[in-house]
Design a binder for this molecule. Sequence first.
Ligand code: SIN
Ligand code: MN
Length: 290
Amino acid sequence: MQLTPAQLDAFDRDGYLFFPGLFTPRETDVLKAEVPGLYSRREAFNVREKGSDAVRTNFAAHLYSEPFAKLARHPRMILPVQELFQESLYMHQFKINGKMAFEGDVWQWHQDYGTWLNDDHMPTERAMNVAIFLDDVNPFNGPLMFIPGSHQKGVVNAKHDLTTTSYPLWTVDNDLITQLVARAGGKNGGIVSPTGPAGSMILFHSCLVHASTSNLSPWNRVSVYLSLCAVSNHIRRHKRPEYIAHRDFTPIACLPDDCLLKNYPVDLPWKNGMPATALQTCTEDFALAT
Ligand code: SIN
Ligand code: MN
């Protein structure tokens, strides 16, 4: 998939691109059918909501689930990002966020690159966020909210929130959010929420300020979030465990476009369980062997 000049301009201006219905219902169903089995596992890679058994985030499914391993190599997602960065990509993070009906909690206002810089020592913002909806997303089930153009500010001030939800995050304070929303148009477009059918995809800049509210509706809002990083921009520190911030910087090789519906061999290194090393952490920067 080639991005048009108009799409490249829109990405520079707004910090995101929305592709409604990019994956077909048949393709999305293959992925969605896997989720209950993954969420039922009692493993570190399933982070549950505070005070609830509902899964907030499942990490690294592309290393132990065949359909998600294929999604992680899908050309409809990889090729436009490769084109934007003019470089090969590796998978920095792979999440399936639940935001389950009645139980899905908020994601506070944040930039993802703030976390990747502060925690993982990723050198620059040459990494892209991709959201793929596995459920229809509507105004009621906790859609993503973006502040258009906020990526142009680069990394903004943030504080490490360890208490609001079950997942630590570098969050942006209310005063700065108020300023950024006013700059983006206030009540006229200062906050936008791409909504659409299951199978829709959003590409969004790693400095775009975003959040989502809790899901009080009776509809799940399961979405996959992949973070694709330019290989030369790989992280320099393993402060977070490997199942959260990956350490394999091998360039992603795409599968054919029909990969979700046909059999193609994929490597599933954690099929029989996560290795103990995936839990190890280190606060020193590392150097790659040359
Ligand atoms: C995220 O920002 O990483 C997740 C947001 C969401 O699932 O709504
Ligand atoms: Mn985020």
